[in-house]
Design a protein around this ligand. Sequence first.
Ligand SMILES: [Zn+2]
Length: 623
Amino acid sequence: MPWLYRSSVLLFLFFFFAPSLTAQAIRLHVDLTDAPRNIYHAQLQIPAHAGEMSLVFPKWIPGNHRPSGPIGVLTGIHIEAAGQPLSWQRDVVEMYEFHVSVPAGVDTLNVSLDALTSQDSAGAGGPAASSNLLDLNWNAVVLYPKGAKSDDVNFITSVRLPGGWKFGTALAVARTIGDDVEFASVSLTTLVDSPLIAGVHYRKVELTKPGETPLHVMDLVADAEPDLAMTSQDLAAYQKLVAETGALFGARHYRQYHFLLTLSDQVGGHGLEHHESNDSVDAERALLDPDVHMLYAGLVSHEFVHSWNGKYRRPAGLATLNYQEPMIGDLLWVYEGLTEYLGNLLAARSGLLTDEQYRESLAGTAVALDHRTGRKWRPLEDTARSVQTLRMMGSQWQNWRRGLDYYPEGELIWLEVESIIRQQSQGQHSLNDFCRRFHGGESGAPKVVTYTFDDVVRTLNEVAPYDWAALLRERVAATSSHAPLGGIERGGWRLVYNDKPNLFTQAEEKLAKFTDFSYSLGFFVGEDGKLGDVILGSPAYQSGLGAGMKLVVVNGRKWSPSGLHAALKAARGSDLPIELLIENAQFFKTYYVAYHDGEKNPHLERVSEQPDILGDILKPLTH
Ligand SMILES: [Zn+2]
């Protein structure tokens, strides 16, 4: 590579001679060459005025629905004007706000800062970069004037990539010279909505057939080159996914769409939705290992659905003016719950999941929620409202606390809605009609159309008259003893338990290295013997066991998954309890679990007297 491109000359030219499209634009350059050691270096030129000025770092991150802007990793802040350093002060209350006194005659602040990306900038755990790849969420490297509307602040942006790395993003590229890339000017809203992934191992897959618009592109980066091998079946399934969304929604609210897919076990596992892209991380072998493939099949389709449900149609409380304004999560059971339902459905309709795999996943979801003992004190809506406190909580006592249940329980509720529409209309209408009315409209560039609970109810009533308001209020605002399984039952299936392993649970056990006895003994147990959640009222709970205790010995022998399975089998024809020696904070004690009903794995079983509505729901809309 010629020396010129590696020097700061290009950066200088970019900052001082770039065409002045928007006089008040903030210029941002991000040097990503230190990504492998998880530091991004940013330089900003921010238009300023003499007097007191406050700059803010994005706090409430779209798609995270919570104040997850990674303020703790914002480092090395240096502000200067006209060659003189300026002192700054963090606000005493608002950690995301910085005050600076701008001297007379100064119209630009030069700000440099680093983002330490050992904490994933898309809102998950784990780092944002590794030796071979990176994920840049621009909210981690920007400051903007306090009070500004994110639509009104323009950014002219460039990056320098590590040598030879290739990239993908929905941002329009103005020009590329070597490893330096300049992007067309965009609003702060579009910038934050358009992450960039890059890596040594990169592959671009066109999903749109020649001549068709808009373009759909999959940009893949991976920890190793062989991870990028996509089968012809997967390519066909992703192409069908695009076609199925067209048939379902009837319109597209983007100019082109990028599936930014990272295949890695090293960086933060997340999926984050955007108008014109989704930024998803699958396990490294997701394209190669059938079990891993099945577990991740619904992720990309979920994030893709968000372009319509979440980005284009958005609950009014989540459509904020900028990233400092708090978000209200009450309607996340629509934003995330309907997306979870449609994402898994589209994975089945496009062939990323078989119908049997879909049903096994649904059975796992249904049984988990039916064992959420916390549903007796905490309505579903409260899990949505509490996203800021629930998101990063672990699994211990999750059944009693509840987790982000608006995702999976939302899936069950929307299946119930769908099966009621089909029953009420004698098969003439379905949730597809709702999606077309609610998420369709005119195709074109991204825009936001907000909605309320009443808008959801009104559109459902246009599709099929029913007391939707009462049903949905009951489902989201009331406490209950059991999960809403009406969609499965109206769909012509029922939830059953037997000793045959559930396909999804089996694959999860392999990948996450745990063994699940949740619906028999009442806990799952890690490879190290640590008990994950212990379900209140279960045989394990009644014997005195609690989450976090460590299983050491089963019936006199060192614990192992196979030994515990064997103990369950032996207890079936016996009156003797299962003896578990437990280590708890350095003390040992034996617990006696009175359980004799054997393995209990969830599945869906066909009810032959009823029509197979679930089977109809899974049928593709395109051929
Ligand atoms: Zn989502």
